[in-house]
Ligand binder design. Structure first.
Ligand code: GRF
Length: 202
């Protein structure tokens, strides 16, 4: 399965995929793209010998044009799964339509709680004591697609978003690697009785 990763930032989730999924069970990361030319994720990709692409907002007339160029770049590489790993841009509906049920995202909250930006700060402000991470399919909404995997962690004394993110990152890495490997095995299906529900055969 040819995989592409879109990332805007540090790329620790990308690194987890490079270290634990790339080159296993027919999984190949064939490209890493970013909207940020200086994203550390791009350096991680280059260090692993993976092709990179930059699609900065400033280089295109609008989001449609940028996403069309990105979709072409991915299609040329035969990409079958697009992984958003800290990609800080909303994707247009035409991009999502080009990869039906083939775009997944990792989010640092237990969706549907705290979608969107600053999820951990939202959770802290709300006063929750259980935090967590979600890997989900991407639809045209904000963090609203069907849930593939989730894991919770109790942090009753948490006050600092960076501390919480430090605790969540290893969980995200495990869930994301697991999700990609399950999808590669054909083990992730939509429940015909309720397409919001994902059935996983382990
Ligand atoms: C992760 O916390 C992910 O949940 C969110 O963006 C962050 C990316 O982290 N969508 P990294 O760049 O993979 O370290």
């Amino acid at each position: 399965m040819n995989v592409a990763v879109l990332a805007s930032g540090t790329g620790t989730n990308l690194q987890a995929l490079i270290d634990n999924a790339h080159g296993t069970d027919g999984i190949r990361i064939v490209g890493v793209a970013s909207d940020k030319p200086d994203a550390m994720a791009l350096q991680r990709a280059r260090a692993a010998g993976i092709e990179t692409g930059v699609f900065a907002a400033s280089a295109f007339a609008d989001r449609e044009a940028r996403d069309a160029a990105l979709a072409q770049w991915l299609a040329r590489r035969g990409v079958e799964l697009v992984v958003l790993a800290g990609y800080m841009q909303l994707l247009s509906a035409s991009f999502i339509d080009a990869f039906p049920d083939r775009v997944i995202n990792v989010h640092p909250a237990l969706l549907p709680a705290f979608p969107g930006l600053h999820a951990v700060q939202q959770a802290l402000d709300y006063g929750v004591t259980v935090f967590g991470a979600t890997v989900h399919f991407v639809d045209t909404g904000v963090d609203s697609g069907p849930v593939i995997l989730q894991r919770a962690i109790e942090l009753p004394d948490a006050r600092d978003p960076d501390d919480v993110l430090d605790r969540l990152h290893p969980i995200e890495h495990e869930l994301l690697v697991d999700a990609v490997r399950l999808i590669a095995r054909g083990a992730v299906r939509f429940d015909p009785a309720n397409p919001r529900r994902i059935v996983i055969s382990r």
